[in-house]
Design a protein around this ligand. Structure first.
Ligand SMILES: C[S@@+](CC[C@H](N)C(=O)[O-])C[C@H]1O[C@@H](n2cnc3c(N)ncnc32)[C@H](O)[C@@H]1O
Length: 214
């Protein structure tokens, strides 16, 4: 069923509609891999944040850390609020499925944005991310793992979140490693955390940092 849905249009509409509720749900705590990612990047390095949301907490952190930051998001409403929240950061309305950068960034950051892609789109965006990175560049990804083993991950991918229907899928560690290592990225670190919030319920968060082999 999900294959017949235009995931990008569905998610654009959903995220434009949830912006207010989503803004209220944000907290400003970071998992340890975010700090690791920042510390491993070159001073004043260039950073692309895909699915930059409200700009909080990440765009604010990255600008304060002195990185040359560009946030992209598919939702015009998210971009508007991000520009208010972090006026000194650069944001562009764009889908990650349209990325066309070549060897431009020291780092690419994706916090809870690539779980909104189907496996087919995930593979395509992964290539675009790797092309965007300079040799030796770093890639951070966080998303949800499945709650149970051997679940059919393509079932129930159209979910109601904050009152809006959107596409969202859990990915296993193996799927993410296979996707990115086949494109020449080497995994440096992994971190797992159990999250629980009113908006998203219990989530099995998995974050990884990869390096583009020079
Ligand atoms: C769960 S929020 C995460 C926001 C932010 N990265 C964070 O962790 O606070 C997902 C964000 O991804 C954006 N998004 C969804 N699909 C996208 C796409 N195809 N390209 C770019 N952004 C997308 C949404 O508009 C939303 O702002």
């Amino acid at each position: 069923m999900a294959k017949k849905v235009d995931i990008i249009s569905l998610n654009r509409k959903a995220w434009n509609n949830v912006v207010e509720k989503y803004s209220k749900s944000k907290n400003d705590s970071f998992n340890p891999l975010v700090e690791y990612f920042c510390n491993e990047l070159p001073v004043y390095g260039s950073l692309l944040d895909i699915g930059s949301g409200t700009g909080l907490p990440y765009a604010k952190l990255f600008v304060e850390r002195g990185f040359n930051y560009l946030g992209i998001d598919i939702s015009s409403q998210m971009i508007k609020i991000a520009q208010i929240n972090v006026p000194s950061a650069k944001f562009m309305e764009m889908s990650m499925t349209e990325l066309k950068f070549e060897n431009e960034f020291d780092g690419v950051f994706s916090s809870y944005s690539m779980l909104l892609l189907s496996p087919e789109l995930m593979k395509d965006v992964a290539k675009r991310i790797v092309n965007s990175l300079k040799p030796g560049g770093l890639f951070y990804i966080s998303l949800n793992e499945p709650r149970v083993k051997n679940a059919d991950l393509d079932n129930d991918v159209l979910c109601e979140i904050m009152g809006e229907t959107m596409y969202s899928r859990a990915y296993t560690e193996e799927e993410i490693i296979n996707t990115f290592s086949s494109l020449g990225l080497q995994r440096l670190k992994i971190h797992r955390e159990l999250l629980n919030s009113e908006e998203f319920g219990v989530e099995h968060m998995m974050a990884m940092v990869f390096k583009k082999v020079e």
